[in-house]
Design a protein around this ligand. Structure first.
Ligand code: PHE
Length: 350
C-alpha cells in the first residue's frame, strides 16, 4: 500500500544526479529524516530505500515522543566507475541539489546527516535551504548527531539486558558490534568503558586498530554475526537480518542503531520463534534525531538531553512488556504503538 504523503524525484539541476525526497507523514508535525548519499544500481533502488527509510522515520519520531513525522532524502550516486563520493565538486553540487528539492517543500520536511553525509555537508545543503539540522556547532547547528545516537543505543542495550537477562548491568554481558563507523565505533567504546566483553567487526580492515585499543576481539562481519554472544549489535547498513542469517544467530538478543535491520516484517517472527529478543531498530536509533531537535528546537540543557536519551530505555521496556502481555513480537507491539500515536489527533497528549 502506498502511504507516503509526498515523494519528489528530481534530476539535480547542478549535479545531474537523481535526488529523491520522500515525506512519509506530517501527521504529528514537520517530517524529519537524514540525507543519504550512496551508490545504488539505479535511481529506482534509491527510491525504494527512500520510501522504506522515510516510513521508518515516522515510527521513529512517534515512538521517541517527538512532535514530528518521517521523511528521508536519498542522493543516488552511480555504482559503476570511479567512486563519485571522491569527486568533491560533484558531491557538493549534489548536496546543493538536495537543498533545492528540500526547499521546494517549504518546511514540510527538514533533513540531517545520514549514511554518507556529516555536519559539514549540512552546511552545503544549507546553501539552498534553512530546513537542515546538525550543522557544525561553529556554523550554528548542534553538530554531529552520532554521540546522541550512540548514547541512546547504550540506554536501549541496558533495557534489553534488563528484560532478557534480568539485569541492566552491561559489565556482565558480551556483545558483538557489527560496524565501527561514527555510531558503531562510539557504541563499542562505551560498551568497553562499561566493562562489557566485546567482539567487533567492520568491512574496513583499518578499523582493527580500534578493536585493539578497546581490547575487543576482531572478526569479519560474517563471523561476528554468528558469534556466541549475549547481544548482537548491528551498527552498519541495513538488511542484516534475513531468514538465512537469523538461522545462524547464536545470541540471545539483537539491538543496534543500524536502520532497516530486518529484510521483511516476517523476519521479526523468525527471531521471536528462536527466542531471540529483537529491539526494533527505529526505537534504538532515535538518539540522533532526539538530541538534534532537543538542542536546536527546544534549546535544552545537556542534562535534559541525556534524560530524553535515557527515555529510550523506558520506551523499550514498555514495548517488551506490551509484547509479552499481548503475545506478539516487540516489532508488532512497536508498530501498533506508533500507529496509535500517529493516528491520534494533534495536540492530544497521553
Ligand atoms: N539520520 C539520523 C536518523 O535517521 C539523524 C537525524 C535526522 C538527525 C534528522 C537530525 C535530523 O535518525
Amino acid at each position: 500500500m502506498f502511504s507516503h504523503e509526498r515523494v519528489l524525484i528530481r534530476r539535480g539541476p547542478e549535479s545531474g544526479r537523481p535526488i529523491i525526497v520522500a515525506v512519509h507523514s506530517t501527521a504529528l508535525g514537520q517530517a524529519l529524516g537524514g540525507c543519504r548519499l550512496k551508490a545504488y544500481p539505479d535511481w529506482r533502488a534509491g527510491l525504494d530505500d527512500a520510501l522504506r527509510l522515510s516510513a521508518a522515520m515516522s515510527d521513529k519520531c512517534a515512538l521517541a515522543g517527538l512532535p514530528n513525522g518521517g521523511g528521508k532524502t536519498v542522493i543516488v550516486l552511480p555504482s559503476a566507475g570511479p567512486d563519485p563520493a571522491d569527486d568533491a565538486e560533484l558531491r557538493r553540487a549534489a548536496l546543493r541539489d538536495a537543498g533545492t528539492v528540500i526547499e521546494e517543500l517549504g518546511g514540510l520536511y527538514a533533513t540531517g546527516p545520514d549514511v554518507g553525509t556529516g555536519p559539514d555537508d549540512m552546511v552545503t545543503i544549507g546553501e539552498r535551504t534553512r530546513h537542515v539540522f546538525c550543522r557544525p556547532i561553529a556554523a550554528g547547528g548542534s553538530g554531529d548527531s552520532s554521540p546522541g545516537t550512540a548514547a541512546g543505543t547504550i540506554a536501549a542495550l541496558r533495557a534489553v539486558c534488563e528484560t532478557r537477562f534480568g539485569s541492566g548491568d552491561l559489565a556482565r554481558r558480551s556483545f558483538a558490534v557489527l560496524g565501527l563507523g561514527r555510531v558503531g565505533g562510539r557504541v563499542a567504546r562505551l560498551l568497553a568503558e562499561a566493562g562489557a566483553k566485546l567482539v567487533v567487526a567492520d568491512v574496513d580492515p583499518a578499523k582493527r586498530s580500534l578493536a585493539d585499543e578497546l581490547g575487543a576481539a576482531w572478526s569479519t562481519p560474517d563471523e561476528a554475526l554468528a558469534a556466541p554472544v549475549d547481544v548482537l549489535v548491528p551498527a552498519a547498513l541495513g538488511g542484516v537480518l534475513t531468514p538465512a542469517t537469523v538461522a545462524r544467530l547464536r545470541c540471545a538478543a539483537v539491538a543496534g542503531p543500524a536502520n532497516n535491520q530486518i529484510d521483511a516484517p516476517s523476519t521479526a517472527d523468525l527471531l521471536h520463534a528462536r527466542d531471540i529478543l529483537w529491539a526494533p531498530d527505529y526505537v534504538v536509533s532515535a538518539g540522533g534525531v532526539i538530541s538534534a531537535t532537543a538542542v536546536e528546537l527546544r534549546h535544552e540543557t545537556p542534562a535534559q538531553v541525556a534524560a530524553r536519551l535515557n527515555g529510550i530505555a523506558d520506551t523499550l521496556t514498555q514495548l517488551f512488556a506490551a509484547a509479552r502481555r499481548d503475545g506478539v513480537t516487540p516489532s508488532a507491539a512497536a508498530t501498533a504503538e506508533a500507529r496509535r500515536r500517529i493516528s491520534r489527533p494533534r495536540g492530544q497528549a497521553g
